[in-house]
Design a protein around this ligand. Structure first.
Ligand code: ASP
Length: 345
């Protein structure tokens, strides 16, 4: 085959590749983000709605990309990207977070640095505008890895982070979703005589929407971060996988950086993020193989729905999900941003 036609074929293949399998093309620096996996109804996804999601995902991925381009750290890039999503009412993190059973918001977040294996996490915070910024403060300026509840809020204040009323996180759409979920729960609880069992039966639309980012910087360092409001109608101080290092977030320069979204209880029990990295390191398999094995085999077999985004130190990206969709985007050095929602996009 002549070089020119080979080039054409190569470019054509590139253009038709689905976004969940972008791993064959390495990059000097790169970033990937997600805005949650779950039962995203294709029929209800109007062109306007889709455009709104894609615009915000692109804005977020570009915010991180710009910093990477300037030579800033992967940590700075993922924080910038996640904060764009936290500030958007479209996603279940920061403004737009889901409601607890009691009608408030309790937020979880975590971050991990793949070079040092430093990590920071917060759970059940109610008044911190940017939970991912607080997770970063815990990592950088405390001797601990995870802070929760009131103590975490006091620490946030000491670190000079912006505090807001809990109502700042309110949105009408999430409130309506809480009312619908409570109605369904009441019926199911009567039938099953158990709140937890009733909660298990809630459809995925009430469970997901977390945001996260992973990035590789020009110095070859990778980081991961995740931020969420958790699950609609959660109760009794429920904490999901997002703030659990190894479950919802993990990063190690020797293998990969992962941020997860999905049914948190499964991601905790199968320590999904750390398992993907460990498989790469111990089995010597690729990022794509390791992440697909965990998401499409281990989790599917267990009944845990959701997805992950992951990057390795060469700039390979993998974004598998076993739910109907996952809001996601990525951008590699010198390329344009790609945003997608459903499979094979
Ligand atoms: N994983 C999150 C949780 O269980 C939910 C999500 O991904 O949206 O709290």
């Amino acid at each position: 085959m002549k070089l020119n036609s080979f080039k054409k074929l190569f470019v054509a293949t590139l253009l038709t590749l689905p976004i969940s399998t972008v791993s064959a093309f390495e990059a000097d620096f790169a970033i990937a983000i997600h805005g949650g996996a779950g039962t995203i109804n294709k029929a209800k996804m109007t062109p306007e709605k889709r455009a709104g999601y894609e615009k915000k995902l692109t804005e977020a991925v570009n915010a991180g990309y710009r910093l990477l381009e300037q030579g800033k750290s992967s940590q700075a890039a993922i924080i910038a990207a996640i904060q764009v999503l936290e500030d958007s009412p479209l996603f279940n993190a920061g403004r737009g977070a889901v409601y607890t059973f009691e009608g408030t918001h309790e937020l979880d977040a975590s971050i991990m640095d793949g070079r040092t294996l430093n990590a920071g996490a917060v759970s059940g915070v109610k008044n911190v505008k940017s939970p991912i910024a607080l997770a970063e403060q815990v990592m950088e300026n405390s001797v601990h890895v995870m802070l929760s509840g009131d103590g975490a809020e006091t620490f946030a204040e000491k670190q000079g982070l912006e505090l807001v009323e809990n109502s700042y996180f309110n949105t009408e759409a999430r409130y309506k979703s809480l009312l619908r979920a409570k109605k369904k729960l009441a019926v199911k609880e009567k039938e099953l005589k158990d709140f937890q069992a009733a909660h298990e039966t809630l459809e995925n639309e009430y469970k997901y929407g977390t945001v996260g980012a992973v990035a590789l910087d020009k110095n070859g360092n990778i980081s991961a971060g995740t931020s969420t409001g958790g699950m609609t109608a959660k109760r009794y101080g429920r904490i999901g996988d997002a703030p659990i290092i190894g479950a919802g977030t993990y990063a190690n320069n020797n293998s990969c950086a992962v941020s997860a979204t999905g049914h948190g209880e499964y991601f905790i029990r199968y320590h999904v993020a750390a398992d993907i990295c460990a498989r790469m390191e111990y089995q010597g398999i690729s990022l794509e193989e390791a992440s697909s094995k965990v998401v499409n085999e281990v989790l599917v077999k267990a009944g845990g729905s959701g997805g992950i985004i992951a990057i390795d130190a060469k700039g390979n990206i993998s974004m598998p999900f076993n739910s109907t969709g996952m809001y996601r985007a990525y951008r590699k050095a010198g390329q344009q941003a790609h945003a997608a929602i459903f499979r094979n996009e």
